[in-house]
Design a protein around this ligand. Structure first.
Ligand SMILES: NC(=O)c1ccc[n+]([C@@H]2O[C@H](COP(=O)([O-])OP(=O)(O)OC[C@H]3O[C@@H](n4cnc5c(N)ncnc54)[C@H](OP(=O)(O)O)[C@@H]3O)[C@@H](O)[C@H]2O)c1
Length: 294
């Protein structure tokens, strides 16, 4: 049985992957205490001792607004971490599957110098606008330049077990009669379950490179919130607001839809539509509260 190390195992994706891969692979879940990916010696020592076939890096500094104030700390986790894992992976000839983000793109509708609004392809030139995006792009570059066997998966608007937009919206509805949600940022909500399905398929491939991996379709945060409430039959007023009205420290991309172009070309995995994935998620985690609408 192949050995698979999962870093950041207590995060949303780390938890999902443990559930998904258990029984099919020998899973070695690691957290910041057992493997702090910013610590080169500790990371190499652990990976040499375990000798995995695959390392899936789910560890990241994901608090986008806090990254603005703590760019050095974010750089250590999001860039130096994947660099350390790349060196360690090479020593034991393991494959590194590293997760990245739509925030590497600016979302301004100018792609490779041309003014067009279309989903981003893997080959499009990144142009991050936030500390989170910059540090995640630096992480991608370290992996590409240092790792012999790697796959980078860019995903977006992720929700799974833990704190995320879906849970936040449901919790807000318990204490408010209305919520204000941004209506001018467009992306593709993606469940960790769908992403983990893709990762499972990519574990066995010999291919290297960057892949986009998000649920099909797209929406604004306002649409996303409205759909959560509709499916859960929660009666609440959802007020659309602009990015400017909802001031945040980090700049968010306005349109960061990713096309799963290479995935489709190579036929590895077809992501579900974002609404279908959301319904499955709500059924799994909220079935006891309410019946989820189709
Ligand atoms: N969440 C999203 O919307 C989203 C969107 C696009 C891409 N992504 C990417 O998808 C991946 C998974 O995201 P997620 O939402 O599952 O993240 P998450 O829930 O925030 O989990 C990240 C995990 O990394 C751990 N970690 C942080 N620093 C570490 C270190 N130095 N060494 C080891 N572990 C460390 C964290 O542990 P502590 O709790 O101890 O800090 C946490 O358990 C990340 O690469 C992220 O950038 C996420």
């Amino acid at each position: 049985m192949k050995k698979v190390i999962i870093t950041g195992c207590n995060g949303q994706l780390g938890l999902e992957l443990q559930e998904k891969l258990r029984g099919k692979y020998e899973i070695l879940p690691t957290n910041r205490e057992s493997v702090d990916i910013t610590n080169f010696n500790g990371t190499v020592k652990y990976i040499k001792a375990c000798h995995p076939d695959v390392i899936i890096n789910c560890a990241a500094f994901t608090a986008v607004d806090i990254c603005e104030e703590k760019e050095e700390e974010a750089y250590l986790v999001n860039a130096v971490g994947p660099k350390n894992l790349s060196f360690a992976a090479n020593i034991v000839n393991a494959k590194l599957i590293h997760i990245s983000t739509d925030y590497v793109f600016d979302g301004e509708g100018i792609i490779n110098g041309n003014s067009i609004r279309r989903p981003y392809y893997e080959s499009d030139k990144p142009n991050p606008q936030s500390s989170y995006g910059r540090t995640k792009l630096a992480g991608e570059e370290y992996v590409i330049n240092n790792c012999n066997k790697y796959i980078i998966i860019r995903t977006a608007w992720l929700y799974g077990k833990g704190s995320n937009f879906v849970n936040t919206m449901i919790n807000l509805s318990k204490i408010n009669e209305e919520v204000r949600v941004v209506n001018d940022q467009i992306g593709s909500p993606t469940s960790t379950e769908e992403l983990a399905n893709m990762i499972e398929k990519l574990i066995e491939t010999e291919e290297c490179g960057i892949y986009h991996g998000t649920c099909e379709g797209y929406c604004s945060w306002y649409d996303f919130a409205s759909e959560i409430y509709r499916m859960m039959s929660i009666n609440i007023k959802v007020i659309p607001v602009s990015t400017e009205e909802f001031a945040r420290k980090a700049k968010r991309p306005k349109y960061s839809v990713l096309e799963n172009k290479k995935l489709k070309e190579h036929g590895f995995y077809s992501f579900k539509n974002w609404q279908e994935a959301l319904r499955i998620y709500l059924n799994k985690y909220y079935i006891n509260e309410q019946e989820v609408k189709q």
